[in-house]
Ligand binder design. Structure first.
Ligand SMILES: Cc1cc2nc3c(=O)[nH]c(=O)nc-3n(C[C@H](O)[C@H](O)[C@H](O)COP(=O)(O)OP(=O)(O)OC[C@H]3O[C@@H](n4cnc5c(N)ncnc54)[C@H](O)[C@@H]3O)c2cc1C
Length: 393
């Protein structure tokens, strides 16, 4: 049996940030980190962006093990939590005792009910390495999904000279985040770059035929490729918390100091559902800024800081030569007001509910995240036209 003052379940960016948050206040307390992954924490965003543009794999490692007094238990999965006894057990039956526990278990890719073993569900460095190896030998790739991961992977493969077909049920790329006209423009950009796009189409089966993979599509068509990648969302890893009777509702529920409903147990990152004052609602966020900031805050609070997490996270993405940063709720079902300096290449999209800004998309507009955050947090009601000067471009 091992005993740690601080025990962290998860080996992602949240876990790494928590380790560093703990160390800001407690320089010596023992820290244990248990992760299913066989490598230590690393930056995930480069897996679908920078690593395909020449950045070295070595650049992604967070070097968590270098932090004094941290022990990493890699390739281990926590399977049972006894919060009353402050005890955690892994799949091999090893017991860990803790004083404070953090659940930073993130999410697992949503999977299709077919094609097991033939589809790369893109989430980890291992997935990146598998796809990268395939690109050395093969030419034709299908990407299932038109959201963040699907659009980034499709661009990465196309930029590396591969033939890519994107397949998704929505009417355009990013249709669940961008207004319809912007989604159409992005879809056209991808087509101009040589990416084949099948909108309004679902994959209904994947079959291996000698060296080919055949994708059976809604509408009766079939597409043959060498490899298939899917980015169709994630499901938060809440089983451990649910089985331990912690409150779980679309994520592990935490209070403003990031404590779960069990004493001495915290949660943060992609898995945690928290109240955000600027949006005035409970949210769960699947982005890097939240992983870093919330992870650090959880670590500080485990070490006794007692601070509230009030941060409104931002996020970003790269699509060929375009890129953006965004804050808040990017929901195209809200009222959207677009202000373009150059249509679909440089501008700002505001997402409003009853005249109040809920989200801001900074399309090729940089260093305005704080202004956008203040705009959402300010809670002001905007009349038509008043947004012209809300954020200067
Ligand atoms: C390819 C890719 C590109 C991305 N690009 C961007 C981007 O451009 N911008 C942006 O803002 N965000 C991006 N994201 C999202 C961002 O990476 C995530 O928000 C972030 O990784 C969440 O970190 P996390 O530590 O909370 O969860 P995760 O990264 O999911 O880590 C969870 C960890 O917990 C481990 N684990 C789970 N259950 C157990 C268990 N029971 N026992 C032990 N270990 C367990 C997992 O193995 C994993 O190591 C991207 C994500 C991916 C996959």
């Amino acid at each position: 049996m091992q005993h740690y003052k601080y025990l962290i379940v998860g080996g992602g960016m949240t876990a790494d940030s928590a380790v560093r948050g703990i160390r800001e206040l407690d320089r010596t307390g023992s820290i244990g980190l248990i992760s299913t992954e066989t490598v230590g924490p690393y930056d995930r965003p480069p897996l679908s962006k920078a690593l395909w543009k020449g950045k070295a794999l070595e650049s992604i490692w967070r070097k968590t093990a270098d932090v004094t007094g941290v022990e990493l238990h890699l390739g281990k999965t926590a399977t049972r939590l006894d919060a009353a006894q402050r005890r955690l057990i892994d799949a091999e039956g090893t017991e860990f005792m803790y004083e404070r526990l953090l659940l930073a278990t993130g999410g697992s890719p949503r999977r299709l009910p077919f094609g097991e073993g033939s589809i790369i569900y893109f989430r980890t460095v291992e997935d990146y390495q598998r796809l990268r190896a395939l690109t050395q030998e093969r030419e034709r790739f299908a990407v299932i999904g038109g959201g963040f991961i699907g659009s980034e992977i499709a661009a990465a493969l196309a930029m590396n000279g591969k033939h890519v077909v994107m397949i998704f049920p929505e009417p355009g790329i990013g249709a669940l985040a961008y207004p319809a006209d912007l989604s159409r423009a992005v879809t056209q950009l991808y087509r101009d770059k040589g990416v084949e796009i099948l909108t309004g189409t679902s994959v209904e089966g994947v079959e291996r035929r000698q060296n080919d993979l055949s994708l059976h599509l809604s509408g009766g068509h079939t597409v043959s490729v060498d490899a298939v990648v899917a980015g169709i969302g994630i499901v938060p890893n809440t089983d451990l918390a649910r089985d331990a009777n912690l409150e779980v509702s679309g994520g592990i529920v935490v209070d403003k100091s990031l404590q779960t409903t069990a004493p001495n147990v915290y949660a943060a990152g992609d898995v945690a559902r928290f109240f955000n004052p600027a949006l005035n609602e409970r949210i769960r966020v699947e982005h890097e800024d939240n992983a870093n900031t919330m992870g650090r805050q959880a670590g500080r609070n485990m070490a006794g800081a007692g601070e509230s997490y009030t941060h409104l996270p931002s996020f970003y993405s790269d699509l060929f030569e375009l890129g953006y940063e965004a804050v808040g709720e990017l929901n195209p079902r809200l009222q959207t007001v677009s202000k373009w300096k150059e249509p679909y290449r440089e501008g700002i999209v505001y997402y409003l509910r009853e005249g109040k800004v809920r989200g801001v998309l900074l399309w090729n507009v940089w260093e305005k995240v704080e202004t956008a955050r203040a705009l959402i947090g300010g809670g002001r009601t905007f009349a038509n036209g008043e947004l012209d000067s809300a954020i200067a471009m």
